[in-house]
Design a binder for this molecule. Structure first.
Ligand code: PNS
Length: 161
């Protein structure tokens, strides 16, 4: 295992089994993994940042080297401030590449000491996104193959209101 801390940044609105698969893989490689939730300025999120953090904290309990945090502003500023030089991103399919390359190159231009490490989720998760999960939840569909049970419960509670 590498004696390095890596950040796994994202919106996580909500955490899916695909995110968890990436977290598990990252925790096998890096000494510490910080899952950091973006406090979105523009997007109106379904879950508040505190709710998203709590849902992630519950899900990462099996991995002692994973912790959960929040960030706002530029990812590179957060990384510099916390002395982190590795960012993890999940790459599901070729369709993710353009967006991810854009972000990774912009980040590297802003912070040349950093590296973005791409991890592939298991093939069961290549189609899975938080937005499709929100859509299924809003229409009352079954959620159990997409998200952990406590996230499914939180989604059902949101849309029962
Ligand atoms: O889960 P997401 O929404 O795909 O995550 C995107 C995220 C949070 C990694 C990205 O939007 C981000 O880092 N935003 C913070 C602002 C920033 O640093 N942008 C990168 C330069 S364009």
């Amino acid at each position: 295992m590498l004696q390095k801390t890596a950040v796994y940044p994202g919106s996580f609105d909500p955490l899916t089994n695909g995110h968890l698969d990436i977290i598990r893989r990252a925790s096998d490689i890096f000494g510490e993994v910080v899952v950091s939730v973006l406090m979105n300025r523009h997007k109106t999120a379904l879950f508040s940042q505190e709710e998203r953090m709590e849902l992630i904290k519950e899900a990462v309990k099996p991995w002692p080297n994973v912790r959960v945090d929040l960030f706002s502003g530029l990812l590179v500023d957060y990384m510099r401030k916390n002395n982190i030089t590795v960012a993890i991103r999940g790459l599901r399919a070729v369709s993710d590449l353009e967006y991810e390359f854009q972000i990774a190159h912009t980040n590297r231009t802003l912070y040349p000491d950093m590296e973005t490490v791409f991890l592939m989720p298991g093939e069961n998760y290549v189609y899975l996104t938080s937005s499709t999960v929100r859509e299924v939840a809003s229409l009352g569909g079954a959620l159990d193959t997409f998200v952990p049970p406590h996230v499914a419960k939180a989604l059902r509670a949101k849309f029962a209101k």
